[in-house]
Design a protein around this ligand. Structure first.
Ligand code: F6P
Length: 360
């Protein structure tokens, strides 16, 4: 029988998942290996097993198609993170079932494509004896041990494009325009898009804000003759001394759903400045569509490297970007601690140098 490897995509989807699948399938097939794709994320590993064989000939268009042909999930029986990123307890029986499924298919190794939550599951599967190789995915860019996750650049491009569009309408109506972006507990998307899109105020979880500081910046712009302001708010941003803003009731076996801070900030700024304010929540637009060329390349490098790691039997590792190379790093070193925007780092300094305020 041909050597077989498995692949699954876990957690929230993002542009580039299909490009990784394509790269894995193509480079595995060059080695004469078959690739089995599990459906619906980690759930596909459980009884009844849900999978399909992936033929390299089907992979051509996948380089630029958003989403994942394998499906994914960020909740369910494999939820490793719950609430505000707390570690959830996955029952032992679930690991045993997954291991039995893996063995039943005669797989040599499993490629787990995911962010912090999904790679936390991957690490636990590895500790239960499944040969795992990880690929770091998430628009949030909050994983340690890699300079960038794939999907992040595409999300930043989407948010930057939104800011370009909001700028003209803000200018025409002399309004304060708020853009709420994703990113969970890290402000990477807000900070990068805020700078690339010429924002005036950037609010990120790493720097809790004060309304006085934001209002002052808006009024200062008024005095300068600039009658509009662009405010980028990360969904995890919060006022000093306040908690995160969430939407909907807390659900068992999943992380809290952040969101709503843009509306709160908008209402408060309208009251304080007397300016007309509009709020735009970018939401899942950031997770859809074609990956940028940067992400296509990164996904292709990650996918090919993951297969190479399997060939070298470097299990428990994930591929990571350490320019100019992709390098193996222990999954254990990438999870457990979120990589957040350093409040004194170069990105924040660059923004401050241009007069962008973080509201602190
Ligand atoms: O982790 C990716 C992410 O898009 C976060 O930025 C966001 O908080 C969350 O997933 C949204 O999840 P869902 O798809 O369940 O709404």
């Amino acid at each position: 029988m041909r050597e077989r490897i498995g692949i699954l995509t876990g957690g929230g989807d993002c542009p580039g998942l299909n490009a990784v699948i394509r790269a894995v399938v193509k480079s595995a097939s060059k080695r004469g290996w078959e690739t089995i794709g599990f459906l619906g994320g980690y759930e596909g590993l459980l009884e009844p097993l849900r999978y399909r064989s992936l033929d390299y000939k089907e992979m051509d268009a996948l380089l630029f198609v958003g989403g994942t042909v394998l499906g994914t999930s960020n909740k369910g029986r494999f939820a490793a993170k719950t609430g505000h990123g707390e570690l959830g307890q996955i029952p032992e029986e679930i690991f045993q079932q997954a291991k039995a499924g893996f063995q039943q298919l005669g797989l040599r190794a499993l490629v787990c494509v995911g962010g912090d939550g999904s790679l936390t599951i991957a690490q636990q599967l590895f500790e239960h004896g499944i040969p795992i190789v990880g690929v770091p995915k998430t628009i949030d860019n909050d994983l340690e041990a890699t300079l960038s996750t794939f999907g992040f650049d595409s999300a930043v491009a989407c948010a930057t494009d939104a800011l370009d569009r909001l700028r003209t309408t803000a200018q025409s109506h002399e309004r304060v325009m708020i853009l709420e972006v994703m990113g969970r507990y890290a402000g990477w998307i807000a900070a990068h898009a805020g700078i690339s899109g010429g924002g005036d105020v950037i609010l990120i979880p790493e720097i809790p804000f004060r309304y006085e500081a934001i209002s002052e910046r808006i009024l200062e712009r008024e005095r300068e003759g600039k009658h509009f302001t662009l405010v980028v708010v990360a969904e995890g941003a919060r006022e000093q001394g306040k908690d995160f803003t969430t939407t909907g009731a807390a659900e068992k076996n999943r992380e809290a759903h952040l969101g709503g801070i843009g509306a709160l900030v908008g209402a408060e700024l309208q009251k304080r400045t007397g300016k007309e304010v509009r709020v735009c929540v970018l939401g899942h637009l950031q997770r859809g569509g074609a990956p940028t060329s940067f992400d296509r390349l990164l996904c292709t490098r990650f996918g090919a490297h993951a297969v190479q790691l399997i060939a070298e039997e470097k299990y428990g590792y994930m591929t990571a970007l350490l320019p100019p190379d992709t390098v193996p790093v222990r999954i254990l070193d990438a999870i457990g601690r979120l990589r957040t925007v350093p409040p004194d780092g170069n990105i924040v300094q660059t923004a401050r140098a241009l007069g962008i305020t973080f509201g602190d």
